[in-house]
Design a protein around this ligand. Sequence first.
Ligand code: 4NP
Length: 163
Amino acid sequence: MSAPRVLFVCLGNICRSPLAQGVFEHHANLCGLDVVMDSAGTAGYHIGKAPDVRAIRAARSFGFDISAQRARQLQVADFNHFDQIYTMDASNYQAVFEKASTPAQRAKVKMVMSLTSQEGRGGCLDVPDSYYGTGDDFDAVVTMLSAAAKAWISAVEGNEVLT
Ligand code: 4NP
């Protein structure tokens, strides 16, 4: 099996999607699974910046390092380069979906929390935007994304088609 290529997308690419990339890579490494992962933002506000210090700190406390990541904006080429594109919330989903230009590209775009059955408030699949929150909110993001990462790895190892 060739390494799955996965892109995580949020708005600024300094809080949630760098954590998603880090936590998915961390769990994949623990399982010896070969993966190609990256993250991007729908907006270009923070291009070239390191992740938010609160995200770096939360990652460290969960045992992984995201400090070398640098923010970038989603590119049209990403739709061909990656097999799966996981967005952090419904607003990112809409923005990414609208940039896709073929049915095959649109089929790659999913909400990351759709990987788990742990839907939040009222069936909401959003990873809450911790940029406006506290350190605890960043820890909560990592906890949510860890559940999604474990579900993703089970699906990949079980050769399930990810829907
Ligand atoms: P992210 O969080 O999308 O999880 O990286 C944000 C980062 C920056 C901004 C908004 C959300 N901002 O408005 O600058």
